[in-house]
Design a protein around this ligand. Structure first.
Ligand SMILES: [Zn+2]
Length: 365
């Protein structure tokens, strides 16, 4: 949410800092805000007045206690809601979230055509239409954030689909999107263990393999949304054809669908366990580990968060095994400095990340 500290951006930076504290830490008084943000009381008063006038925040009632009147607490307006979408899974998920990250309603659909997605949005939108301020999505694939276009997503089977135009034509609120790995980072830094780190990697295992990079408190956006395509770095010279048009990409060896080939089961847990026993998972983890160790040499992170829409015990297994392929392949000086963990936000992390994005964009529009 924070902008670079140039004079032009100081006002926006400070306003966002106050909103960020209220979103992450809950209701605070003016004095508490001043202490936490290190902004003067006068600055806080000005910012609070502006945010109250825009209805972004509200004053909670004063509480009288035996020790006198406690100062009024300020809170993000709880009546602002965002409709969020996670387009990464086999099922497309949608939800209504509030600024605290509570999910008020959730629904999903198996998408065959875009109309299925629009009907899902409609079902979520109708009951809350008075309060929804934005629709916000976590999207897999190559995106052009400036236009709202999905350039290519094999996971969605979309090429040059301007999803922003399609959704804004039908619903009277702004649409925002972010690459799925970056939505995941937002969720981690807002609600997960990621809030403890200034630099970390977010490895996302869905149908593809993506790497979100959080560097010096900032989510790396890359050039107009293309970033962290670790799944399309070459790991086998003259290897198998990849959907991206190249050969031997990491995704051709280590993506979850590749690991599960030959173990088609109704239950993904059963299939994953067979893949672990049969050694296919081990090969995938080895390649993932080697690829990550290459990136670590370039941007050493404080932590690596492993996430994906697979069961937590499998994420835990991957997290434990992957260290064995990373540690010997990075500088000894780095070995004890990197924390490995799997995201405990579970399967809703991309929904929550898209929610954070929606609020940030709404407050800065
Ligand atoms: Zn590729």
């Amino acid at each position: 949410m924070r902008e670079r500290r140039t004079p032009k951006h100081v006002g926006t930076y400070n306003k966002n800092l106050v909103l960020e504290v209220l979103m992450k830490q809950g209701p605070k008084s003016r004095a508490e805000l001043s202490r936490i943000t290190k902004l003067t009381k006068t600055a806080i008063t000005e910012i609070v007045e502006e945010l109250l006038s825009k209805n972004f925040i509200v004053e909670l009632g004063q509480v009288n206690t035996t020790r006198g009147r406690r100062p009024t607490k300020l809170s993000i307006n709880p009546n602002l809601l965002v409709l969020t979408l996670d387009l990464s899974g086999i099922l497309i998920k949608g939800a209504i979230v509030n600024p605290k990250g509570d999910i008020l309603m959730m629904d999903s659909v198996k998408m065959r055509e875009i109309d299925d997605l629009l009907r899902l949005i409609e079902r979520l939108y109708e009951p809350y239409k008075e309060k929804i301020v934005a629709i916000s999505a976590s999207v897999p694939g190559l995106l052009e954030l400036s236009s709202g276009k999905v350039i290519l997503s094999t996971s969605l089977n979309w090429r040059d689909v301007n999803i922003k135009e399609i959704i804004e034509k039908k619903f009277p609120v702004p649409f925002y999107m972010q690459k799925d790995t970056n939505a995941g980072i937002l969720a981690e830094t807002w609600y997960g263990e990621g809030k403890n780190y200034r630099n970390f990697f977010y490895l996302l295992l869905t149908k593809g393999i993506g790497l979100g990079i959080y560097l010096n408190d900032r989510v790396l956006d890359g050039y107009d949304g293309i970033i962290g395509e670790i799944g399309h770095t070459i790991v086998e010279i003259d290897g198998k054809d990849c959907w991206c048009g190249k050969k031997g990409c990491l995704e051709t060896v280590a993506s979850i669908p590749v690991v599960l080939e030959g173990y088609e089961k109704n239950d993904i847990n059963d299939a994953l366990h067979l893949a672990i026993k049969g050694g296919k998972m081990e090969k995938a983890i080895k390649y993932l580990g080697l690829s990550l160790s290459n990136v670590i040499q370039i941007f050493p992170p404080q932590a690596i968060c492993i996430s994906g829409n697979i069961p937590k015990e499998v994420l835990n297994y991957i997290t434990e095994r992957i260290k064995e392929y990373i540690i010997p392949n990075i500088f000894p000086q780095l070995r004890s400095k990197i924390n490995f963990y799997y995201s405990n936000l579970g399967e809703n992390s991309l929904i929550l990340g898209a929610g954070v994005l929606g609020f940030i964009k709404y407050f800065n529009r």
